[in-house]
Design a protein around this ligand. Structure first.
Ligand code: NDP
Length: 240
């Protein structure tokens, strides 16, 4: 298949940007989504459409995918990589932060799956990669709401994998430990940010976004008859 279409959300920064570059280098056409690409370096990839879309708006999300399908053909691969990590103590964190994370990390990702699945099932082909986290497997202090969203990503991904296995569609969950990206910057508590930064230093720093992009491509590049259901990767120095 020449230049199959991959859709990557959260592609303006960090892990999503690295995945976009990796898939581009491997010959994919791309639809890249994020609310804004104004400050992003990910803007110069060939055969790529850039859609400034909020994934919590399912109609805008769906419209952007339909336009890319018109330009490049059916979606062969969707990588759901958008995400927010607003760390906080549940006793005093604003519920609006829980809602933002649920909307983006859970609903946005589920909209993405629904938007591409009908066609993938009809074609008996396709791969969905959901970027979860090690925080979707185990809990950490100040991560209650974030862990809730990432445990949900694991559960939804596994349930959907079972639903579409008979249609030859793969669902892959990637669970990274700490990665060097701006993800932490949106947390509002300076004390929590500072503790997290000290902890990251103490373990020798995080993975590079490229490490996660390589894991994504490893799963995607297997024959369609092989589903790598889950990859957990973390810095060697990260014990927890
Ligand atoms: P970044 O903050 O670098 O990237 C987050 C991306 O999500 C940006 O492109 C951002 O773009 C996009 N995004 C956020 N909200 C929305 C929205 N409403 N609609 C569309 N796009 C949105 O963080 P990472 O690269 O680290 O995070 C990517 C994924 O990896 C997340 O799901 C995160 O939970 C997960 N992860 C990260 C780890 C880490 O340590 N960094 C560890 C484990 C998992 P914009 O703001 O322009 O919309």
């Amino acid at each position: 298949m020449s230049n199959p279409l991959a859709v990557v959300t959260g592609a303006s920064s960090g892990i999503g940007q690295a995945i976009a570059k990796k898939l581009s280098d491997q010959g994919y056409s791309l639809l890249l989504l994020a609310r804004s690409f104004d400050k992003s370096d990910a803007k110069s990839l060939p055969n790529a459409l850039y859609a400034p879309v909020d994934v919590t708006n399912e109609s805008d999300f769906s419209k952007a995918v339909n336009e890319a399908v018109k330009a490049y053909g059916a979606v062969e691969c969707l990588v759901n990589c958008e995400g927010l990590m607003l760390l906080g103590d549940i006793a005093d964190q604003s519920p609006s932060e829980w809602r933002q994370m649920l909307d983006v990390n859970v609903l946005g990702l589920t909209y993405g799956m629904q938007i591409v699945l009908k066609s993938m099932k009809q074609r008996n082909s396709g791969t969905i990669v959901n970027i979860s986290s090690i925080a979707g497997i185990k809990t950490f202090p100040n991560h209650a709401a974030y862990c809730g969203t990432k445990f949900a990503v694991h559960a939804i991904s596994e349930a959907v994998r079972e639903e579409v296995a008979g249609n030859n569609v793969r669902v892959v969950t990637i669970a990274p430990g700490v990665v060097e990206t701006p993800l932490l910057s949106h947390t509002t508590s300076d004390a929590i940010k500072s503790d997290y930064t000290d902890w990251k230093k103490s373990i020798g720093g995080g993975l590079e976004p490229n490490n996660v992009a390589d894991a994504v491509y490893f799963a995607v590049s297997q024959p369609q008859s092989v589903c790598i259901r889950e990859i957990v990767l973390a810095p060697t120095g990260q014990a927890s």
